[in-house]
Design a protein around this ligand. Structure first.
Ligand SMILES: [Zn+2]
Length: 92
């Protein structure tokens, strides 16, 4: 579990963190307060997906799109898991 920025205890599940959005904050299992991913970094973490499309559309054989898209999705999940920090939801 990830450490909650409110209570500094493990309260956010690994899978839940990937699906946290600014409009859909997660609830800490330890303290019950809301947390979300850093908005800018969460947005940047999605870039491997459009990049995989652009690379196969303009630079590589289109039959490689599914492979590159898969790599893009895995990269997005890894970036969201390990690079995007959790932040306190200020109104809770
Ligand atoms: Zn907490």
């Amino acid at each position: 579990m990830y450490i909650c920025p409110h209570c500094n205890k493990p309260g956010i599940g690994y899978v839940r963190k990937i699906f946290i959005g600014l409009r859909f904050p997660a609830t800490c299992k330890a303290c019950g307060r809301k947390v979300h991913n850093n908005g800018l970094k969460a947005m940047l973490a999605t870039l491997p997906i459009p990049v995989s499309w652009v690379v196969t559309e303009f630079f590589l054989d289109k039959s490689l799109f599914e492979w590159l898209l898969g790599i893009g999705v895995i990269t997005m999940v890894l970036l969201t898991s390990f690079w995007v920090p959790l932040e306190k939801e200020s109104k809770y």
